[in-house]
Design a protein around this ligand. Structure first.
Ligand SMILES: [Zn+2]
Length: 184
C-alpha cells in the first residue's frame, strides 16, 4: 500500500501499518506536513459513513439507490428490472453479500446499466461511475460526512488495486472522493 503526502505528494514510507480503530498520524519527512490518515472501512465506526456500503441514498436516472455499493453491484446484471430491484431494495451490505450470486463481469469485462452494455475499461464506464458519485454528492448527510474528513488523507487499504478484478479499485474510489471534496 503506497501512501502519498496530502500536501507535497511525497511517498510516505514510514506508513507501516494502519490501525482501523483510530486516525493515524503520519508526518511527511520531506515537507513536515502532519497527515491525518483515514483508512476507510465499513467495519470502522469512524470512517464507515464514507464507505460505499453505508446507506446514503441517491437517485440516478430515475432509480433511487440504497447506497453506492447497491448501484455498483447492480451493474453486473443485464436484466433492467432485476438491476432496478437490487438498487432500490438491497442495502449496500446485502448487495455486496449477493455479488457472487450475480453475473461475473470479469469473464468478458462488460457491465450493464439500464440495458446498455458497457466496457469496464472504457471512458463511458468511468463517466457513469463519476455521474453516480455526483448524484451521491446531492445527499446532504453524505456531504456532511465528507466535509468532516476533507483535510484527511483518505485511503482504502482493503480495496483491490486491479481493474480486471474490481468494479472500483482503491485508486478509483479514493479519486472519486477527492474529486467530490474539491467540489465542497
Ligand atoms: Zn509532504
Amino acid at each position: 500500500m503506497l501512501v502519498y503526502c496530502k500536501k507535497c505528494s511525497n511517498l510516505l514510507d514510514n506508513v507501516t501499518h494502519m490501525d482501523l480503530t483510530k486516525i493515524d498520524i503520519c508526518i511527511c519527512e520531506k515537507c513536515g506536513y502532519r497527515n491525518k490518515i483515514l483508512d476507510i472501512s465499513y467495519k470502522n465506526d469512524i470512517s464507515a459513513p464514507l464507505s460505499n456500503l453505508f446507506p446514503h441514498k441517491f437517485e440516478i436516472d430515475g432509480i433511487v439507490c440504497q447506497s453506492m455499493e447497491s448501484f455498483i453491484q447492480s451493474l453486473r446484471v443485464k436484466d433492467k428490472n432485476i438491476q432496478r430491484q437490487i438498487c432500490e431494495k438491497y442495502s449496500g451490505y446485502m448487495a455486496y453479500k449477493m455479488r457472487l450470486s450475480l453475473s461475473d463481469w470479469r469473464i468478458d469485462g462488460f457491465v450493464y446499466w439500464q440495458g446498455e452494455k458497457i466496457d469496464r475499461n472504457s471512458k463511458k464506464y468511468t463517466d457513469l461511475i463519476s455521474r453516480a458519485y455526483d448524484c451521491l454528492f446531492e445527499n446532504d448527510v453524505f456531504r456532511y460526512c465528507l466535509n468532516k474528513y476533507k483535510d484527511h488523507k483518505l485511503i482504502h487499504s482493503i480495496g483491490n488495486i486491479f481493474k480486471s478484478e474490481s468494479l472500483l479499485t482503491e485508486f478509483e474510489y479514493i479519486e472519486q472522493l477527492e474529486r467530490l471534496i474539491e467540489k465542497l
